[in-house]
Ligand binder design. Sequence first.
Ligand SMILES: [Zn+2]
Ligand SMILES: [Zn+2]
Length: 145
Amino acid sequence: MAMNQLKEALETLKDTGVRITPQRHAILEYLINSMSHPTADEIYKALEGKFPNMSVATVYNNLRVFREVGLVKELTFGDASSRFDFVTSEHYHVICEHCGKIVDFHYPGLDEVEHLAAHVTGFKVDTHRLEIYGTCPDCAGKEVH
Ligand SMILES: [Zn+2]
Ligand SMILES: [Zn+2]
């Protein structure tokens, strides 16, 4: 599964004329295997041993290239640094308020909200965002009762 995703992602880069460097390959691999929503900094820390000359800025620039060709989504949360999501299909996030973990879930029912919003406001609606906040099972387990 992960291997296919990597292959497809590399194909996308090839098709769009983006050069596949060893760093880009490693960043994609990390995004696919981690299945989390890492920041550029987290990716940098995970890969710096492999690429001693790489900087956080390089990682960020590569992520922006991936975003431009539609391979990743950039998630911004107020003042916190951006997180990158390899899953670009429509999905929502539930976020742990204690450790910041983000987990994907699917809920197709909200498309209707876009139609309603467009109808009520006259806006041409493009997209929507939904975030659910709470305590993840790991953090809930750590709590003292
Ligand atoms: Zn947590
Ligand atoms: Zn996600």
